[in-house]
Unconditional design. Structure first.
Length: 564
C-alpha cells in the first residue's frame, strides 16, 4: 500500500464568472472535498481561495501560498474543479502547470480527466486552456458592451466608491431605498444617480476660480491645507495631483465620462500583472450629471494650469516675458515666417565675445534642408519693451477695451450657437445613415448579396462624408470659442496696468500679455504684434519708438501692429 497523498484544493471566482456561469466558492470547495475523500487523500490545511480575482493575474494571494507549499514539498496533488479556475490565460496556465508538475505534484481537474503524460492529454489540456481564454474574452467584451450601452443611454456606469470629489453616486440597485430616504428628508435628492455634496461643491468651485485667476495648483493646495479643508478620505493633505484630477474631470462641468482609462493585462518575467492606460477621445462616452462649475470657468482654469506648466520658472535662471511653446506660439521668427515656416523663439542667455557681459535674447533654432543647424536671434529687452509698452498704451482706455471684448464675445457666441445647431443636425443625419446600414441585415436573403454590399458601400460613403462635415464644423466651433475673451480677466488686466507698471509682478505681466496679444512676429528690424482686439492696429500706427538692445545702446525700431 502506497504512502497517503497530500492534497490541496484551489478555488477561484471572479465577478464575471459568478454572473455568467453561476460558479460559487462553496460549490467548488464541496466538490473538491468530495474528490479528496473518495480518493482517500489527506487534505492539507484549509482550501486555497481567491475570491473576486481575475484568472489572468499571476499575483494572487491564495495562488502564491499554494505555489509556496508546492515548492517546499508539502503538496502532492492540487485539486481544481476546472482548469480555468487555475488560470484563464493560456500562457499563464501552461507555465503554472509546468512549474507545479516540476515538483512532482499532479493537477487534478474534476470536470474532465487529463493525463499530461500522453500527447493526447497535453493536447486536450491545451485546447481547454485556449477555450478558457476565449471564454474570458467573450465575457469581458459582453460586459464592456453592456456598460457602454448603459453609458450611451445616459447612465454612466460606475461603482458607488468611484464618484469624484463633490459628488456621491447611487447605483440603480440602491436607488429605491435612497429615494425613500429623500422623501423622509434624510438624504439629498439625486439626478440620474448623482448627488451633489454642497460643502464639497463649494471647495470645487473655489479650486476652479483660484486656478482661473492665475494661482498655480501648488498654491491652491497650500491654501486649502492652510485653511484646514479636509480631503474626502481625510488621510492626507491636498496636493497638486489632487487639484489636477479635479480641474480635468469633465464631471465637474456636467459631462460624466465613461471609459477615460482602461485596465489591461501585461506579461513579464514575474508573471501577469495589470496596468492602467488612458483611452483616446473617440473611446470615451460622455453622459449628463449636475454640473458644479460652468464649462467656460473650467476651460479658463485649464488654460491657466497649462500656461503654468509650459512657462514654469523652475528650470530657468532668467525670466522671459514672451516664452513660447508648441501649444502657445507667442513669439515666432519673422525671418522664417518670410520663407513660409513657423518657428517659435525661446529665451536664451548670451554673452558678448568682447566684453563677456551677459544679456538675454530670444533664439529661433532650426535645421536647414542640408541638415545644418541655424538660428536667428533678437535681443529680449528690445522686443519685450516694445510689446509691453504697446499693451500699456492699449489699456489706457479700459472702457473701449471692454466694449471691444464684449463685442467679440457676442459675435463668438452667435457664431457658436449657429455652429452647434448645424453640428446637431449633421450628427442626427449621420446616425440615421448608420441605422440604415444596421437595418440591411434584415434584407440578407431577400436581396442579392451584391445589392446589399452595393447599398452598404453607398451608405458608408454618405456616413463618412457627414462625419467629416461635423468634424469640420467642430473645428470652426473651437476657433470661434477661442476668440472669446474672459471679460473679468480683461478688467483685472486694465486695473493692474492703471496702478502702474512697477506694481505688476512678472507673472501678472505675462498673464496680461497673453490675454491681449495673440502673437509677436520678430523680424530683424521690426516686430509685428498681432492683437486679440481690433483697436490694436490703430494704437501704434506710424509709431517709431526707441528700445534698448542687449548692451544698453539706444536704437530706433519700427513697430508694425496688425490684427488677425
Amino acid at each position: 500500500m502506497g504512502e497517503e497523498k497530500r492534497a490541496a484544493i484551489y478555488c477561484r471566482v471572479s465577478t464575471e464568472d459568478q454572473a455568467e456561469n453561476g460558479y460559487s466558492l462553496l460549490d467548488q470547495e464541496r466538490k473538491g472535498r468530495a474528490k479528496v475523500a473518495d480518493e482517500g487523500w489527506s487534505l492539507v490545511g484549509e482550501c486555497y481561495v481567491d475570491e473576486g480575482v481575475s484568472g489572468v493575474l499571476s499575483d494572487r494571494p491564495a495562488l502564491n501560498r499554494l505555489l509556496t507549499d508546492v515548492r517546499t514539498g508539502k503538496i502532492d496533488v492540487v485539486v481544481i474543479t476546472a482548469i480555468d479556475r487555475l488560470a484563464r490565460d493560456m500562457v499563464l496556465l501552461l507555465n503554472l502547470w509546468k512549474e507545479i508538475e516540476s515538483y512532482d505534484c499532479r493537477i487534478v481537474p474534476l470536470d474532465e480527466y487529463i493525463d499530461t503524460s500522453t500527447p493526447q492529454g497535453c493536447l486536450n489540456r491545451n485546447f481547454k486552456a485556449a477555450f478558457g481564454e476565449y471564454e474570458r474574452q467573450v465575457i469581458a467584451a459582453r460586459t464592456t458592451a453592456g456598460r457602454e450601452t448603459r453609458a450611451r443611454s445616459g447612465d454612466v456606469w460606475r461603482s458607488e466608491k468611484t464618484a469624484p470629489y463633490g459628488f456621491r453616486y447611487i447605483s440603480k440597485l440602491n436607488r429605491g431605498a435612497y429615494e425613500e430616504a429623500v422623501k423622509r428628508g434624510d438624504k439629498l435628492p439625486h439626478e440620474n444617480g448623482w448627488v451633489q455634496i454642497p460643502h464639497e461643491a463649494a471647495i470645487v468651485t473655489r479650486i476652479f476660480e483660484s486656478c482661473a485667476q492665475g494661482l498655480s495648483m501648488h498654491a491652491v493646495a497650500q491654501l486649502l491645507n492652510k485653511d484646514g479643508v479636509p480631503t474626502r478620505l481625510r488621510k492626507g493633505p491636498w496636493t497638486p495631483p489632487t487639484i489636477s484630477s479635479i480641474i480635468h474631470n469633465p464631471a465637474m462641468w456636467g459631462k460624466a465620462a465613461y471609459g477615460r482609462t482602461k485596465v489591461v493585462a501585461r506579461r513579464g518575467n514575474g508573471g501577469n500583472t495589470t496596468r492602467t492606460i488612458r483611452q483616446t477621445e473617440d473611446k470615451i462616452i460622455y453622459g449628463n450629471n449636475p454640473a458644479i462649475v460652468s464649462q467656460n470657468l473650467a476651460e479658463a482654469a485649464q488654460r491657466m494650469v497649462s500656461s503654468h506648466k509650459s512657462f514654469s520658472k523652475r528650470n530657468s535662471k532668467h525670466l522671459y516675458l514672451l516664452a513660447s511653446s508648441i501649444h502657445q506660439p507667442l513669439l515666432v521668427c519673422g525671418q522664417c515666417a518670410e520663407k513660409g515656416k513657423q518657428h517659435i523663439m525661446n529665451g536664451t542667455a548670451r554673452a558678448k565675445k568682447e566684453t563677456h557681459k551677459p544679456y538675454r535674447a530670444y533664439r529661433c533654432a532650426h535645421n536647414n534642408q542640408d541638415g545644418a543647424s541655424r538660428c536667428h536671434m533678437v535681443p529680449a529687452e528690445r522686443v519685450e519693451t516694445a510689446v509691453w509698452e504697446t499693451v500699456t498704451n492699449l489699456a489706457q482706455n479700459p472702457d473701449r477695451v471692454l466694449a471691444e471684448v464684449q463685442a467679440l464675445s457676442n459675435a463668438s457666441s452667435e457664431q457658436a450657437v449657429a455652429l452647434n445647431k448645424a453640428i446637431v443636425e449633421i450628427d442626427a443625419k449621420a446616425a440615421q445613415v448608420a441605422n440604415r446600414r444596421n437595418d440591411l441585415i434584415e434584407y440578407i436573403g431577400v436581396w442579392s448579396k451584391e445589392r446589399v454590399v452595393e447599398i452598404d458601400a453607398k451608405l458608408a460613403e454618405d456616413e463618412k462624408m457627414l462625419r467629416k462635415q461635423a468634424e469640420d464644423l467642430r473645428m470652426q466651433l473651437a476657433a470661434a470659442e477661442s476668440n472669446s475673451l474672459p471679460i473679468n480677466d480683461v478688467k483685472v488686466a486694465c486695473s493692474l496696468i492703471a496702478q502702474g507698471i512697477e506694481n505688476a509682478t512678472f507673472e501678472e505681466r505675462q498673464r496680461i500679455v497673453r490675454l491681449l496679444v495673440k502673437q509677436v512676429i520678430a523680424h530683424k528690424e521690426r516686430y509685428v504684434i498681432v492683437g486679440t482686439l481690433p483697436m490694436l492696429d490703430k494704437q501704434g500706427e506710424g509709431a517709431n519708438n526707441r528700445y534698448f538692445d542687449g548692451e544698453g545702446m539706444v536704437q530706433n525700431s519700427a513697430i508694425a501692429l496688425t490684427t488677425p
